[in-house]
Ligand binder design. Sequence first.
Ligand SMILES: Nc1ncnc2c1ncn2[C@@H]1O[C@H](COP(=O)(O)OP(=O)(O)OP(=O)(O)O)[C@@H](O)[C@H]1O
Ligand SMILES: [Mg+2]
Length: 330
Amino acid sequence: MIILERVSRIFRSRGEAIRAVDDVSLEIGEGQVMSLVGESGSGKTTTGKMIAGLVTPSSGRVLFEGRDIRTLDGAARARYRRAVQIIHQDPYACLNPVRTVGDTLAAPLQLYGLADGRSRNAGIGELLERVELTPASAFVDKYPHQLSGGQRQRVAVARALSVQPKFLVADEAVSMIDVSLRISLLNLLLKLRQETGVAFLFITHDLALARHFGWDGRIAVMYLGRVVDVGPTRTVIEDPHHPYTRALLAAVPEADPHITRTKPRLRLRSQDPPSLLHLPSGCAFHPRCPWAESGLCDVIRPELTHVRAQEVACHVAVREGALPDLAATT
Ligand SMILES: Nc1ncnc2c1ncn2[C@@H]1O[C@H](COP(=O)(O)OP(=O)(O)OP(=O)(O)O)[C@@H](O)[C@H]1O
Ligand SMILES: [Mg+2]
């Protein structure tokens, strides 16, 4: 349904060019889940916004049902706009502070002619019940500042659902709220997935969340704007091929019930990612990578290459078919 074809996005700020997303190709079919994981600044939000049409690619194409979204007009554009909805990282920033919950939900219903008059109130009530803000009457007249972070995020979810979308971009939808409420919001999203069959781009920096939400889907791991590891969720987590994915897994707390750690923790050579303004030569991960080989990884940029069920951009993993044990390489 959604295809990214070699999409890049360059931002220019203070005379410098930042390649926030670099040559990313992804495909998400109807009802499927793709989790997009990576550290802060790896280009996840920019990728999600390009899918939702909020950021224009500098090169490459975003296809919706086979058509370049830039070429859509009239009814086709309206259909795409309605079909693809985004739930933003910060619900406070994206809800209008002077609009009640009821008004926020009425607007899209009205825009798309989905309900009017009495049926609109019923529609709003039903939406609030679907996101478990009950009784609905206790929420319709509230303003965003009268709600908790978790409740605000549920309103944002209800607004996205109001137009019966086919595709949701959930950008760190559960990350900004209290840990104790995170799982219940995540389970709500899972329930909505089952009920509606909506497809997801599930953006998170937390592999454990990606596993819980998208266990039956795929994971793409981004590093400094590029996808470096992609494949079925289960295999990416149980048998990560890219050293960076191994490092992300190592960062999941030991007690996390969703991740069984089969490999020892990975110690990176440097904790901080390099700046997008001064990208390392060759493989951008090589200065942090314990497997890096000089003359290879610092010179040639690896392309995504099939290794069993995954695609991985790592010279060593591709050559060896798996990352060798570190003890054997040092
Ligand atoms: N409008 C913009 N103008 C200039 N630079 C931008 C803009 N939007 C994003 N960037 C830069 O692009 C890079 C990728 O940003 P992006 O928000 O896509 O990353 P992210 O993976 O979502 O990070 P986070 O986990 O912190 O949300 C960052 O270096 C960011 O500063
Ligand atoms: Mg982001």
